[in-house]
Write a protein that binds this ligand. Structure first.
Ligand SMILES: C[S@@+](CC[C@H](N)C(=O)[O-])C[C@H]1O[C@@H](n2cnc3c(N)ncnc32)[C@H](O)[C@@H]1O
Length: 413
């Protein structure tokens, strides 16, 4: 993973899915709320708050999250009436960045966007915590998506989550960094454990070169002392950061109780629990791996509506279709996300036995099967071609005139 210093030099491959998914979701989410008919509620304003905004773009000009938002905001402002949005629709954007040079870079990157619609922007230099209250006032009761993307987990406070989710249509999209969490909770300890093992191994099986063994042991002992010192210094700070982000002092014990390799998973679970306690009844977790398949971070979408989760699932499919994604990484991400097809079809056969359901046509069915699958199961949109193939292979799918239908047989008596 890149350090905070070089992150904006050139985005690494595994950063691109985040931006692809964010871009797709912002457009979809804003359109749902701003649509005149049948939408989320005929709002004319939605707000996106980028609480850890970064530099705006990388050195190759690839958009970072604030620029992604600026492009979507411009699309919405310039949308033709045929798009069906409420007249005067706008997506307002609030950004916060604590690092001076990055803030300056972002400010310059966004200059044109801000000049085109000055009333639609607020830009704060400082920490998100410093500005969260005024931002909450600024968004008011309009649907708001809070994007929290710090390096690691430093700077997150569980005490905010309930307030951020407070509006009826508010959502949080947060990046939980695997590497950050391991660094905070595991690696220091595991390194000392490893050193203990290596010192023990030298003592248990001395080589012919006793002098070299002694030097090696002394070096390892020094490394252990250094790390322990680091641990002494860092441990209280690391604990504070974790308790702040996860919202409960018990989290330290819960993390300590599991093996180091399971800590990222436990950390994710504790994070989701904190969001659930804050009112996020519907959650979608999207693991992101790097090109080598190593887990890098998890995007957590926390909302209160299945429709929001479904919109995010569709956006994941769209985001992963981005042309500039590394092809192997794309396939790895899909593999990890996808729901197994056979059990899914068997579940549909059990729960829809005796029903004939249109596959995608909304003419005759309020919830065509494809919508039911997206809303009621873990499957993603990119799995639909495979699902259709399997339904056909099992003789469950055919046509009723021009409309594709799926006929689920009655269950045997
Ligand atoms: C991972 S980067 C953001 C990347 C950006 N969201 C994007 O996708 O292009 C995290 C940023 O948060 C900033 N930051 C760190 N702590 C912060 C805090 N407490 N409040 C606001 N910004 C913070 C860092 O300086 C860094 O630029």
């Amino acid at each position: 993973m890149s350090s905070s210093r070089d992150h904006f030099d050139a985005f690494e491959h595994h950063t691109l899915p985040k931006h692809g998914i964010l871009s797709a979701y912002l457009m979809r989410w804003a359109s749902i709320h701003l649509r005149r008919e049948g939408g989320g509620g005929r709002h004319s304003r939605v707000c996106f708050v980028d609480g850890f905004a970064g530099a705006g773009k990388d050195k190759d000009g690839r958009p970072g999250s604030p620029l992604v938002a600026a492009l979507v905001a411009a699309d919405i402002r310039n949308a033709s009436p045929e798009r069906g949005l409420v007249q005067g629709s706008r997506m307002c954007v609030g950004v916060v960045e604590s690092n001076g040079p990055r803030f300056q870079s972002m400010y310059a990157t966004l200059a044109d966007a801000v000049a085109a619609a000055p009333d639609d922007w607020v830009l704060h230099r400082g920490t998100f915590g410093d500005h969260v209250d005024e931002l909450r006032e600024w968004v008011g009761s309009d649907p708001t998506l809070w994007f929290l993307d710090p390096f690691g987990i430093k700077g997150l406070h569980a005490s905010w989550y309930a307030d951020l989710l407070g509006g009826p249509k508010n959502e949080i999209f947060v990046l939980a960094a695997h590497v950050g969490s391991v660094r905070l909770t595991g690696v220091v300890q595991s390194e000392t454990d490893d050193i203990e093992r290596r010192i023990g191994a030298i003592a248990a099986a001395p080589s012919l070169f006793a002098g070299e063994d002694a030097i090696r042991q002394a070096q390892l002992a020094q490394a252990r002392a250094d790390i322990r010192r680091q641990l002494d210094i860092n441990d209280p700070a690391a604990r504070t950061i974790l308790v702040d982000a996860l919202g409960s002092p018990d989290c330290i014990e819960e993390l300590a109780a599991v093996a180091i390799e399971r800590r990222p998973e436990m950390y994710l679970q504790l994070f989701c629990n904190a969001l659930r306690r804050a009112g996020a009844t519907v959650q979608l977790t999207i693991p992101i791996r790097d090109v080598g398949g190593r887990p890098m971070h998890v995007l957590i979408h926390a909302s209160k509506h299945v429709a929001a989760m479904t919109a995010m699932k569709r956006s994941v499919t769209e985001g992963l279709a981005r042309q500039d994604l590394d092809a192997t990484m794309r396939e790895l991400l899909k593999l990890e996300l996808q729901a197994p097809v056979s059990p899914l079809i068997e579940m549909l056969c059990r729960t829809r036995a005796g029903q004939t359901i249109d596959w995608s046509s909304r003419k005759r069915t309020r919830r065509p099967l494809v919508v039911q699958i997206m809303e009621d199961t873990a499957a993603f949109g990119f799995q639909m071609p495979e699902l259709k193939r399997e339904l056909r292979a099992r003789g469950l799918m055919d046509r009723d005139g021009r409309i594709e239908v799926v006929r689920f047989p009655e269950l045997p008596a």
